[in-house]
Ligand binder design. Structure first.
Ligand code: SAM
Ligand code: SF4
Ligand code: F3S
Length: 448
């Protein structure tokens, strides 16, 4: 079969990466092109997330929309992939019997075959195996749509934090060999990519087979990627504080292709909550690592993830999180209300010691206000500074404006020709707005 493909993606950057690979696989094998809307598609795929209850519920409201389309056009194929598919499997078809294919994060490379099988199958075709290495070996060359690209270097997570579904939906950690990661990075570089985001649910747990034998860690992988001349910036996400070690801190001192930005989820500032979460570090250990990192790279922005209202979280424990936010001065971060996930150890604690919803909401608002005030201060302090920007696209708003991100991950809009897209330029920051910065191109940087 061939035709038009529409993909709806929920969840993290790994899901975005996977959706792009699904499009690559169906384009290469069967000539599928992307549709602008589900109404004009022959195949609709939903790449799902089950990290919290809300994203999971989105799947079923989204499916309701496609059910109506399928009633009008029975030949429309509907596929569900990602973490909800991995966790719920065939149960999805009990609630949505019109789904044709159910596949997991590790079997998306088999999509062309699964869609083919569904043409003659009586019920949904389900494939939720965990052959991660086969997935990467079977996928075609990634196509780059922007100067910034994601590159998955490892899959799964073996940390088993007590609240989290990821180890169950994605399986245990498996790292890709350094040579495969480099081959993909080179292909991206040839297509004009200038910034690579190395991805993994627990990316600093990377231990990939090295070209010279043995295993390479993330710092070693960064050293390899930094040798690619066309790649000017290397980010990585998401790291776990436990494995954020001296070698990575040292990498920040050595490689200026690592921008002055680190996303290092802490989740809580209370040792008691961290222990119940099974995070494997204390707030003091986290503070100490950031202190060492700031010595290696003064001025670096630290972003994080937080969960409020974990089972049994007291007001005093929550206030320890606020204290940590002030001590570290976290930049733009992600914070969530705790959501019990079936099958995780914390779901049992939730039955016994839940934090009421209104308390969770109130703590979330207080935490977000605190983080936002630090982020605004950091933005204000950037006014009048010169920042290196990778120009990514025309600005969403504003005639003649182009847009790119600073090292510390802020969008800057400024006047300039679209021919600069894909280039690093220097920009003087002129104004700090709530969600972005305004700047002025420094023409001297164009000579470089
Ligand atoms: N590996 C990363 C780490 O160790 O922090 C996080 C990956 S997880 C997919 C992204 C974020 O979702 C977590 O950092 C956490 O803040 C949030 N999260 C995970 N499970 C959650 C739950 N049950 N309720 C609320 N938020 C959750
Ligand atoms: Fe989930 Fe991250 Fe913990 Fe892994 S390290 S179990 S992905 S929160
Ligand atoms: Fe969601 Fe799975 Fe990512 S649960 S956050 S899509 S790893």
């Amino acid at each position: 079969m061939s035709g038009k493909l529409y993909i709806r993606t929920f969840g993290c950057q790994m899901n975005e990466y996977d959706s792009a690979r699904m499009a690559d696989a169906l384009r290469e094998s069967q000539g599928f092109t992307l549709a602008e809307s589900p109404e004009e598609a022959d195949v609709v795929l939903i790449n799902t997330c089950s990290v919290r209850e809300k994203p999971q519920e989105k799947l079923f409201s989204e499916l309701g929309r496609y059910k109506a389309l399928k009633r009008k056009r029975p030949e429309l194929k509907i596929g569900v992939g990602g973490c909800v598919a991995s966790q719920e499997g065939a149960a999805i078809s009990q609630r949505a019997p019109y789904v044709d294919v159910i596949f997991g994060p590790q079997t998306l490379h088999r999509l062309p075959e699964l869609l083919g099988q569904s043409a003659s199958a009586a019920g949904p075709v389900v494939d939720l195996a965990f052959p991660a290495e086969e997935k990467f070996a079977s996928l075609p060359t990634p196509s780059a749509a922007s100067p910034v690209a994601n590159l998955s270097v490892m899959e799964g997570c073996s940390k088993f934090c007590s609240f989290c579904v990821v180890p169950y939906t994605r399986g245990e950690e498996i790292s890709r060999p350094v040579a495969d990661v480099l081959a993909e990075a080179i292909q991206l570089e040839r297509q004009g990519v200038r910034e690579i985001n190395l991805l993994g649910q627990n990316v600093n747990g990377y231990r990939g087979p090295a070209p010279t034998g043995g295993l390479e860690d993330l710092a070693g992988l960064i050293r390899y990627v930094s040798k690619l001349e066309g790649i000017g910036r290397i980010r990585f996400t998401t790291s776990h504080p436990m494995e954020f070690d001296g070698r990575l801190i040292d990498a920040y001192a050595r490689f200026d292709k690592l921008p002055p930005y680190l996303h290092l989820p802490v989740q809580s500032g209370s040792d008691a909550v961290l222990a119940r979460m099974k995070r494997g570090y204390t707030a003091a250990e986290y503070r100490n690592k950031i202190e060492r990192l700031r010595k290696a790279r003064p001025g670096i922005s630290i972003a994080s993830d937080f969960i409020v209202g974990f089972p049994g979280e007291t007001e005093a424990e929550f206030e320890q999180t606020l204290a940590l936010v002030d001590d570290i001065g976290f930049d733009q971060s992600f914070s969530f209300m705790y959501s019990a996930r079936p099958g995780t150890p914390a779901a049992g604690m939730e039955d016994q010691d839940p934090v009421p919803q209104r308390v969770k909401l109130e703590r979330l608002q207080r935490l977000q206000a605190r983080i936002a005030s630090h982020a605004r201060r950091i933005s204000r302090n950037m006014v009048h500074s010169s920042q290196r920007i990778l120009v990514e696209r025309r600005a969403r708003r504003g005639e003649g404006l182009i847009a790119g991100r600073t090292g510390n991950n802020r969008w800057v809009n400024f006047d300039g020709p679209a021919s600069l897209i894909g280039r690093f330029v220097d920009v003087a920051i002129t104004e700090a707005l709530p969600n972005s910065l305004r700047g002025r191109l420094l023409p001297e940087s164009l000579a470089a």
